[in-house]
Design a binder for this molecule. Sequence first.
Ligand SMILES: [Zn+2]
Length: 413
Amino acid sequence: MNSYAWIILIFVLLDYALGAAAGVLNLKNIRDELPEEFADVWDKDRYAKSQQYLAATTRLGLVSSTVLLAVLLVFWFAGGFNFVDALARGLGFGPTLTGLAYFAFLAALSNMISTGFSLYSTFVIEERFGFNKTTLKTFILDRIKIAALACILGGPIIGGILYFLGHAGPNAWLYCWAGVTVFILFIQMVAPTWIMPLFNKFLPLENQELKQAVLDYTDSVDFPLENLFMMDGSKRSSKSNAFFAGFGKRRRIALFDTLIEKHTIPELVAVVAHEVGHYKKKHILTNMVISILHLGLMFYLLSLFISRQGLFDAFFMEQASVYAGLLFFGLLYAPVETILGLGLGMLSRKNEYEADLFSVTTTGDPQAMIDALKKLSRDNLSNLWPHPFYVFLAYSHPPVLERIRAIQQIEIH
Ligand SMILES: [Zn+2]
């Protein structure tokens, strides 16, 4: 084993160990008593159920990450990467198409495993806790649509990257960076109108009183909103949510039907105000800029490492290629990505506090936001006592109790 192999192996094992340790710490952090803040919305049964749900999802996470680790290690050290390469080359295409075939084979393999866990998660665990609304038909159609989108959108962009890396010389990374940036901006722009409707229905709000309350609010904060929708989240799950998507004139806010059903109008306005806060505080723009800069760094480092013979030796490859170099660089780069991810997680949690603050100060109604958060946590069986290490590794939002306590500190003028 050479030094590339050792770096990748050690990180893969470390990543697994940290994830497993965080999951176990999280389970041990459960407390018997329901936090007093939640007593008016939660009850004992619901609280017990949330702990059973946490135990079930943590167990599944441990099993799936163990299986994935074992499969990766066996595949790697049995020479699987080289074996699939021989299959792809056997098709007799040119280098770019051979690369796409290589990725397609590997994606199909990893999809088979992840689909198994996804089936179990949806139809056993989510079903047992009363969340699942997905029919087998929806589940299968979703998989087909995602695979088709991966071919239609992913194929050309990955093909383009492989082509540039193979033909454009030392500046290839710059072309790749520019190309992928344009692609991402394009997807962000068309996702709300072209992609999301493939999976869900977006209907205008029927409840006129709610619609008026939301529009009054968005006018009051100078956030003209032409697109306010109800999304049929209940097609897949009884869990509820809301989100903001797109930019410019195409921006839209979607409220899940499951959210509308269980919340009062002031609570829903508070949720919309939180989403508007993300926009007004430029969180969406900042995240976009960070991810584009990150892409530049990644492509630059890729250009330094992609043709190192040691990377191909680490995976027992008989022939070097641009596509395999791209894949192995991805594995070598994973630690950098993880560290950046931890930083982005911290930023995201800070932004959630800011969006809550924006919501509370612009609506002047902290209680509505607090009630909405309590109901959301109850209806989604959130873990009320996540371990700080788990939060640090995996949470994009602060724990709900901390959000509520932060809101209670806000002074309204
Ligand atoms: Zn948020």
